[in-house]
Design a protein around this ligand. Sequence first.
Ligand code: ATP
Ligand code: MG
Length: 356
Amino acid sequence: MYQHDQAMRRHFREAAARRGFSVAPEQEHAVERLARLAAELARPAWTFPKRPRDLYVWGPVGRGKSWLVDTFYEGLPTGRKRRLHFHDFFRRLHDGVSGPAARHDGQSAVDSALDGLIGDSRVLVFDEFHAHDAGDAMLIARLFRTLLDRRITLVTTSNYPPAGLMPDPLYHHLFEPTIRLIEERMDVLDVTGPVDFRMVAAPRSPSGGGRRFSTGLCLAPGAGAERALGLTVPASGEATGVQAHLRQLPARAVRGELVWFDFDVLCETATGVPDYLTLAERFTTLVLDGVPPLAEASADGRQRFANLVDVACDRDLRLVLIGSDPLADLPAGHSLMRDLDRTASRLAMLQRPERV
Ligand SMILES: Nc1ncnc2c1ncn2[C@@H]1O[C@H](COP(=O)(O)OP(=O)(O)OP(=O)(O)O)[C@@H](O)[C@H]1O
Ligand SMILES: [Mg+2]
């Protein structure tokens, strides 16, 4: 048991060093707790009559929560483990419930979709846990019940403390039973450090531990900057349809693993997270042209853009924005869209070369 703690602690230090940083004081508690959990999970279930306690890691954006749980996940011996991102979880549940693979026998469609998602895992890492509407509340409550019934250990990250989940007062009461369950069953770890690590210049690690997302760009329009970066504006003949989740979307160009879209196509028509996930499976660079000042986009357009940025960051897609810098001239306060600080923290990682 002792060796497993030690191995996981060492794994954390090495993973941080590969990225050119060290574990921050506010992360130590989580590292310690995750190392203990790794040791508990390494024991055969029959020697461990009580199921290990679940962990709920929360804090403001950019404090390294996803890094902590992803590193933990990577360091667990292979086998019965799963990592799911919030967006992915809902896409797969919806596919399972209503998609072509849906089952319509005695077992409820939600339960069989959950079965498929969880498989025979003993530990489930669920990144970016949040809830915003009644549908989320129902699916998450179901997920929790299934995990408890099957003694599966859950490790989640969130920007919200449990009591702050489902902030909309209209729906909050629907989520209260799940909040009570979280508070009873999970150890809640707060990793609120003083800095958003995305806002500080990330040191380039010698072994190239950087991520593709942080090589993304935010460019003013004008062929100069685009050409300088090897991005020639697509000719009209390059326009082509690209298969997204359940539809074709008109792209300006496809060049190998790069796809070029207009903002209006990707964010101002009825696209959704499943489409972005499908694109992220096929492409490694996504150019979004004609990005307006966010305050001028429609409310739905802004929310889609935020979801797209979330997916790009999670799936490590290189995002190249051409147009207005969405971070410039943001109106004060958070009324522009939900979770604006999440989007801003991610967009701060994009490089902004000299405008020419
Ligand atoms: N101790 C650290 N020192 C410096 N950088 C760090 C440290 N821990 C994590 N990071 C880096 O900070 C960035 C943000 O981390 P991460 O994505 O895990 O944040 P997060 O807390 O999940 O944010 P969000 O709530 O927005 O999802 C990543 O590039 C990560 O590698
Ligand atoms: Mg995160």
